[in-house]
Design a binder for this molecule. Structure first.
Ligand code: CA
Length: 410
């Protein structure tokens, strides 16, 4: 599909993150209260204002979250996308009515796009799981015995999911390593990022669902940074998995890119080493070809990219993760957020965490601007970016950024 041209000129730039083909949803505030909006070129289209004058159907766009709209379901999602495409297409008769509801994006503050009802994080990238397993258990036993049979995950905290731009406090926790005789309570010394995609569940379930049904339940995708304290995790994780190591914060990008916008970029999961059980079997292409990168900006320094990878490197799709999550009968809710797991690729420059980039701290990452990193330092800003490259256009997500602040003294 080529670029769909719009009368909003900035949406037609091939480098624009938000062409007419994209139309992602978010919650913005321009000083007049939080409302839902759609990104188009350099602007936000005020859906709350459009709802107030019946330009678009009423879906709770002045409620401060997208949950009400998501709950309406796939038919409503498709109808609104169709309406918006008509309003913004080149030659649209609606330009004079629509233009007053466009607000420059650089004049708004983005809020959390939806109320996160539950947050689950998976461990479904094979390169990441192999790298981490090799570091801790050796190459022979890198993948846990269950790994090729199901997407393994843990129940995280919805309360600590924050929108891009929010500063992140370095966590304090219990640390116990070979260098300490007894555990100590101290700021994490191995604080890290994890480059992930987040799937936003837009429809509920009350029992097991097929992979196809799970795919239909997903409203869209965001970039996700699952901030992780490796040293807290190393001491606490057996036998119940990560707890405080992952509870500090999870950052998401402010725009939810819909499944409809990503449709042209679907691609298959990799060949299966062992056949998947029926509830997880692949039924069609459910990953997406989305280029991803991680950039670091040290305090007082400049931004530089430290990793590049692609979402198609995942072993399990979000639809498979959701089908597995619901397989026990676990009810899934509107606003459930599923983290993909860290997305690394086969090469060293494709690694989506400092744990892997510095190989557990043993091989410090050399920054181009000078200096090295094993793990994050106070003042570091981390920015995730992602984009699907179409024919003369790009589907962007907006930055997912956060800066590490020193630990708060208790
Ligand atoms: Ca994670």
């Amino acid at each position: 599909m080529p670029l769909m041209r719009s009368w909003v000129d900035s949406a037609n730039d091939p480098a624009a993150e938000f062409p007419l083909n994209n139309l992602p949803y978010g919650i913005f505030d321009d000083g007049r209260g939080a409302r839902a909006g759609v990104a188009i070129g350099d602007f936000v289209f005020d859906l709350g204002g459009a709802e107030a004058v019946s330009m678009v159907p009423a879906h709770g766009f002045r409620d401060g979250s997208l949950n009400g709209f998501m709950a309406e379901g796939p038919d409503a999602w498709a109808r609104l996308r169709n309406t918006l495409t008509g309003l913004f297409a080149e030659g649209s008769q609606a330009e004079a009515q629509v233009a007053p509801l466009l607000i420059p994006r650089d004049r708004v503050t983005m809020r959390m796009p939806f109320q996160v009802t539950e947050y689950t994080d998976f461990y479904a990238g094979r390169h990441h799981a192999t790298n981490v397993g090799t570091m801790f258990r050796g190459a022979e036993n890198a993948l846990p015995p269950n790994w090729l049979h199901m997407p393994i995950g843990y129940n995280g905290r919805a309360s600590s999911v924050v929108v891009s731009g929010t500063d992140i406090r370095r966590p304090t926790g219990q640390l116990k390593g070979p260098e300490f005789e007894a555990p100590i309570l101290a700021p994490s010394r191995r604080f890290d990022l994890e480059l992930e995609m987040g799937a936003v569940v837009g429809q509920p379930s009350y029992g097991p669902v097929s992979v196809d049904r799970a795919d239909a339940m997903i409203f869209g995708y965001v970039l996700l940074n699952d901030w992780s304290a490796r040293d807290i995790q190393a001491w606490e994780y057996q036998p119940l998995g990560p707890f405080q190591a992952k509870a500090t914060a999870t950052s998401i990008s402010p725009w939810v890119v819909t499944k409809a916008a990503l449709e042209p970029f679907r691609c298959a999961t990799p060949p299966r080493e062992v056949p998947l059980l029926p509830h997880l079997a692949d039924t069609g292409p459910m990953l997406y070809d989305i280029d991803l990168e991680v950039a670091i900006t040290p305090e007082g320094g400049r931004e530089e990219v430290i990793a590049r990878t692609n979402y198609r490197e995942m072993y399990y799709s979000s639809a498979q993760q959701l089908a597995h999550h619901a397989s026990s009968g676990c009810p899934m809710r509107v606003g459930d957020l599923l983290g993909s797991g860290t997305i690394s690729g086969p090469e060293k420059g494709n690694r989506g965490s400092l744990l892997e980039l510095s190989w557990g701290g043993k091989e410090p990452l050399e920054l181009e601007q000078g200096g090295t990193r094993t793990f994050l330092e106070d003042g570091d800003r981390l920015t995730l970016r992602g984009g699907a490259e179409g024919d003369g256009y790009r589907i962007g997500f907006g930055d997912c950024t956060g800066r590490v602040l020193p630990t708060l003294k208790g």
